[in-house]
Design a protein. Structure first.
Length: 462
């Protein structure tokens, strides 16, 4: 392969990728409201000469190149979070701006920049004849990831393909273009959304002893949740989640857990009911964001909350459960699923991981590229092959279905969901070139991909 030709091609599309990204940023596209940006992407893929461009029933846009039986897919979720407090932004988050090095605006790093690099990476493959014989390229702009990670790929696997076995037989591997700070990422922690409901009895606020205040009971539970996240292992009634890094508590997976990082939990929402502001609250509920490392299961995470001292104390009035998700997509289609997103890790020697790391080394060298000091601050000194802190559509692609997945995408995790979000133009060039080269370097006979996958819940969720 002529790697210099790949680099020249990617650099030649730098301005086109920047223009396309700015067009996407200018179209607000929060989860379930992505129609405008999906149609803009479809137009770009068509203009780039993709062989086929389609929108599936959930509203994902899919562009195809080549005519082989096996598929290499590149996934970019194109929904964004909202902008939060507008006063925290120094410029309009949708109008944005660009400099010589960066593009500013909501979605630049998380993760419409990935869509721009993927679209043009596919074009470079076509320009230079890099699509391997027997393969075709599937470039996906996926929806609703910010609302429900991986649900879009549950729909793709079960409604576009004919279920997991069919998808696994056809898809060789998937590149996620989520931001990776210049690294090749081979896994991440899973997560789940837990709900705790506490029952109380209302009464007049002038005599609170007549009632049973659900908020007061929940306050004790919230303190226990904080302790579960912050405590160490020794000398505490509630052992902290850091225990899973210790071989004593996680004998089979402590090494994987140390690679991924410890699990975490935090109270993310609180709700209540009360007859009035001068009454005792008769119910209180919280949401818990639970990040899971290797060795943890959905059962163990639910049981940890049930076993908290305050939950035991008020056991007859406490219910611990997992959320479900059933929000309609922009097309009106509903794909109901559980709010459980499995942990996954690849072996560093897996064929698809090697394809990306080998492409990076041949094109750009052994170290992460940073375009300026802001990028350097999050990249310098980190290994080329690493993992995400947050979760991605990989929770379904590999975590749920066992389809090999690997990450390499423009932008930085620190920019995700933050005001004044930026991404770097050099990252667009770097990533487009790596995508184009990696497909040609893929050698499928280099062994099993998976180092760890979390077991599923058994809830018959496809």
């Amino acid at each position: 392969m002529d790697f210099e030709a790949v680099k020249r091609a990617a650099a030649g599309y730098r301005d086109d990728m920047a223009r396309f990204l700015r067009d996407m940023i200018a179209i607000p596209s929060e989860s379930c409201e992505e129609e405008g940006v999906i149609r803009r992407i479809a137009d770009e893929l068509t203009a780039l000469g993709y062989d086929k461009v389609e929108i599936d029933k959930l509203g994902n846009v899919i562009g195809w190149l080549g005519d082989g039986d096996k598929i290499i897919a590149i996934d970019s979720h194109v929904d964004t979070v909202g902008i939060g407090n507008r006063e925290n932004w120094s410029a309009d988050p949708y109008e944005g701006y660009e400099s010589d090095t960066v593009i500013y605006g909501r979605g630049g790093s998380d993760q419409e920049g990935g869509m721009a690099a993927a679209a043009y990476g596919g074009r470079i493959m076509k320009d230079l004849g890099l699509i391997p014989e027997g393969y075709r390229i599937m470039v996906v702009g996926s929806v609703q990831e910010e609302d429900c990670d991986g649900m879009c790929w549950q729909s793709i696997v079960n409604e576009y393909f004919d279920g997991p076995e069919d998808a696994r037989s056809k898809i060789a591997f998937v590149i996620s273009t989520e931001p990776t700070d210049g690294g090749v990422y081979r896994g991440h922690r899973g997560r789940m959304e837990i709900r705790v409901d506490v029952h109380g009895v209302s009464c007049h606020g002038s005599a609170p002893e007549r009632g049973d205040n659900a908020i007061h009971k929940m306050a004790e539970i919230i303190e226990n949740v904080r302790d579960l996240n912050e405590n160490g292992v020794d000398g505490a009634q509630i052992k902290g989640l850091v225990k899973m890094l210790d071989p004593k508590y996680n004998p089979d997976h402590w090494e994987d857990a140390r690679f991924l990082g410890r699990g975490t939990c935090t109270t993310s929402q609180i709700f209540y009911t009360s007859p009035s502001r001068c009454a005792v609250a008769d119910s209180c509920s919280i949401s818990i964001d639970r990040r899971m490392t290797a060795g943890e299961t959905y059962q163990s995470c639910l049981q940890e909350i049930r076993d908290l001292p305050a939950c035991r104390k008020y056991e007859k009035d406490v219910k611990v459960s997992m959320y479900m998700y059933d929000r309609p997509s922009w097309t009106g289609h509903v794909y109901e699923t559980e709010a459980f997103f499995p942990t996954w890790i690849n072996k560093e020697s897996a064929a698809h991981v090697k394809a990306l790391s080998d492409a990076h080394r041949a094109l750009w060298g052994d170290e992460r590229i940073y375009a300026d000091e802001k990028a350097a601050s999050t990249r310098r000194g980190r290994p080329l092959t690493d993992k995400w802190t947050f979760s991605t559509n990989g929770v379904s692609i590999q975590g749920r279905y066992g389809i090999p997945c690997v990450g390499f995408g423009p932008g930085a995790e620190s920019q995700a969901h933050a005001p004044n979000e930026i991404t770097w133009k050099q990252d667009l060039v770097t990533c487009a070139a790596v995508y184009a080269a990696a497909v040609a370097l893929y050698r499928p006979d280099e062994g099993d991909a998976t180092a760890f996958r979390q077991e599923l819940t058994g809830n018959n969720i496809q």
